[in-house]
Design a protein around this ligand. Structure first.
Ligand code: HH2
Length: 276
């Protein structure tokens, strides 16, 4: 299995790590740490050095209840970082956005992946991804960050997420995005309570049968903070543990904040399970 992203290929014979870079003042786990372009660029390069296979840059917080930012403001936060990273980074750049306008500008600056955290809200985003033959992350969610917790109602979270992802993928295919360019993500924490997230993680194998590479973002999420508290080291250990469980259930791309630790533990796990 592999993932086509704008002329290059991400081989998925082993799990890949997507390092998270939030250039926001208000992200729940690292808000404000990297909102200065110099610091953000240094962090991205450090994650690449630690073994990240992709870097995902986001400039709008998706924290439940977060207020939206305008496309202009989002772009002003992203542009100086993307300009530098598209020259300095060797690994592919992904941009985490809800907006077609931001996606198009990011692709123009060289982004290889658009991580659509809007759950297919903006048709212009799909159009831009198709034109550039970029990679697309189709993530499940409902509503906007401000309203999503009102939509956290499911009879069967695993089956409903599966069905809704299938619909979103259908829309991306209709927009002309080749199926090899798509990966799917259940969207942990997006319109889901911690209990629903645990159920979704348990049932993650069900998404395998959709036959798209599976990406998971569990890092430092509330579902883990509820279990281990706020201590950063405990939370990063919990994030890697949860990611490994996801790998066992079919995940191929792991979106994480703490790359060095994840790389080390993932390597150990692959050796111990004889998968290296
Ligand atoms: N989670 C967050 C943001 N983007 N993208 C994908 N594909 N999957 C995820 O699970 C996901 C995501 C939220 O986490 P974080 O980036 O840590 O925080 P914030 O949105 O507050 O910036």
């Amino acid at each position: 299995m592999q993932w086509q992203i704008r002329g290059s290929v991400v081989p998925l014979n082993r799990p890949r790590i997507m390092g998270i870079l939030n250039v926001t003042p208000d992200s729940f786990s690292d808000g404000g740490l990297f909102d200065h372009p110099e610091r953000a660029v240094a962090r991205a390069l450090a994650m690449e050095g630690e073994g990240a296979d992709l870097i995902d840059v986001g400039a709008e917080s998706t924290r439940p209840g977060a207020a939206p930012v305008s496309a202009q403001e989002e772009w002003e936060r992203l542009a100086p970082v993307l300009r530098r990273l598209s020259n300095e980074l060797r690994c592919p750049l992904s941009v985490d956005t809800r907006k077609g306008e931001v996606a198009r500008r990011a692709l123009k600056l060289g982004a290889a992946v658009i991580n659509d955290v809007s759950a297919g809200e903006d048709p212009l985003l799909l159009e831009a991804v198709g034109e550039y033959r970029a990679g697309l992350v189709v993530m499940h969610g409902r509503g906007t960050p401000k309203t999503m917790m009102e939509h956290a109602r499911y009879q069967d979270v695993v089956q409903e997420v599966r069905r809704e992802l299938q619909r979103l993928v259908g829309r991306a295919l209709e927009a002309g995005i080749p199926r090899e360019n798509i990966c799917i993500d259940p969207g942990f924490g997006f319109a889901k309570t911690p209990a629903q997230n645990y159920e979704l993680l348990q049932g993650l194998e069900s998404l395998r049968t959709l036959s798209y590479p599976l990406l998971v973002g569990l890092s430092r999420k509330r579902m883990l903070r509820e279990l281990v508290g706020e201590d950063r080291r405990a939370l990063d250990a919990a994030s890697v543990t949860a990611a490994l469980l996801a790998v066992q259930k079919g995940a191929r791309i792991l979106r994480l904040h703490e790359v060095a630790e994840a790389r080390r533990i993932l390597g150990l796990w692959l050796t111990l399970t004889n998968k290296k």
